[in-house]
Design a protein around this ligand. Structure first.
Ligand SMILES: [Zn+2]
Ligand SMILES: [Zn+2]
Length: 102
C-alpha cells in the first residue's frame, strides 16, 4: 500500500507522473515518478499496517513509529527505575524471555 504524506490518502497503486520529453520534432510522455491519486502530490511512501494500532505507516518490526515510541517510553520508565536503585538490567532479559515463552 502507499500513503500520501500531503493528504493522508492510502491507495494500493499510486498514479504515474509523466514528463513531456522532447523526441525529434515532437514530445513523448516519460514516466518520472509516482503521485497520489487523490491530490496529485508526489510526497508518497510505501506503507504497511501497524500490527499494534492498525495505522498505515512506514513500519519497522511490524510497528509504526508512534507505537515504537510508546514502547520506548514504557521501557525507559522501567529501566530508569532499575538504574535508579542499582538493579542489574539483565533482570529484564529474564522477564522478557519468560513472558515471550509463556
Ligand atoms: Zn494525497
Ligand atoms: Zn502503530
Amino acid at each position: 500500500m502507499y500513503k500520501c504524506n500531503n493528504c493522508g490518502a492510502v491507495c494500493t497503486e499510486p498514479d504515474t507522473i509523466y514528463d513531456s520529453v522532447p523526441y525529434g520534432s515532437t514530445y513523448v510522455d516519460y514516466p518520472s515518478g509516482d503521485k497520489c491519486p487523490s491530490c496529485g502530490s508526489d510526497d508518497i511512501e510505501e506503507v504497511e499496517e501497524c500490527k499494534m494500532c492498525g495505522e498505515w505507516a512506514a513500519v519497522e518490526y511490524d510497528l509504526c513509529q508512534n507505537c515504537i515510541d510508546d514502547i520506548h517510553q514504557q521501557v525507559k520508565r522501567i529501566t530508569d527505575n532499575l538504574k535508579g536503585i542499582g538493579i542489574d538490567l539483565a533482570v529484564l532479559d529474564d522477564i522478557i524471555e519468560r513472558e515471550m515463552n509463556a
